[in-house]
Design a binder for this molecule. Structure first.
Ligand code: ZN
Length: 210
């Protein structure tokens, strides 16, 4: 019954906000119709529908005229989002064997249907952890994160947000050597996940760290 990933859900959410914004800023039927057509096209590009019922589920998106309608719509379609498969604490520890005193996040606080990647920050060590799945396999990277409180472009989601520098050590070509890769990424991983409607950007980001 699932037909959306968290990334696709965030994408649909963005489109829904676009429709709402159009209704609140324009009375021009032609403008509204043009945006509706555009949203239809974007959704068709992004999602693959197995059944006509799935398309019907999304139909109310074209008539969202209030915040309440937006919230109801999102609540309604969320049941069709396949959640990020929650890792166990043991699995997370296994990803970072060198970190003996690994501090784990409170996993019950995450909304897995809105999570494309899991991330948390350990203020004790200034390390930021990023965990994701690649073909089902759990993977992780971590680096030191300096919270600059600066506004910039996030490498992961490409939005303008409060970012910090994530510095990840990478094995060099010669044995025993290391190079460091720095990327500005969102301070708030929840907001980053919400803005992440194109998973390819995230994939490119983690692949560049390898
Ligand atoms: Zn981001």
């Amino acid at each position: 019954m699932y037909f959306m990933t968290p990334e696709q859900f965030q994408f649909v959410k963005k489109q829904a906000k676009k429709i709402l914004n159009t209704y609140t800023t324009s009375n021009d039927q032609k403008v509204i119709q043009a945006i509706q057509a555009l949203v239809q096209e974007e959704i068709d590009d992004k999602l693959t529908f197995g059944e006509i019922e799935q398309q019907i589920v999304l139909q109310p998106i074209f008539h969202i005229q209030s915040k309440e309608q937006l919230e109801l719509f999102l609540k309604d379609i969320k049941q069709y989002v396949e959640p990020f498969q929650q890792p166990t604490e043991a699995e997370l520890k296994k990803l970072f064997p060198k970190d003996k005193k690994l501090k784990l996040p409170k996993l019950e606080l995450f909304d897995w249907q809105e999570t494309s990647y899991l991330s948390w920050f350990d203020a004790g060590t200034n390390r930021k952890y990023i965990v994701y799945r690649e073909d089902g396999a759990l993977k992780g990277v971590r680096g030191t994160f300096s919270n600059s409180a600066k506004v910039g472009i996030c490498t992961v989601c490409n939005q303008h947000a409060k970012v910090g520098m994530l510095l990840v050590s990478k094995k060099g070509l010669d044995m025993g050597t290391y190079t460091k890769r720095g990327n500005y990424i969102c301070d708030d991983s929840g907001a980053c996940n919400e803005a992440l409607s194109d998973l390819e950007k995230f994939t490119n980001f983690v692949n560049n760290l390898k």
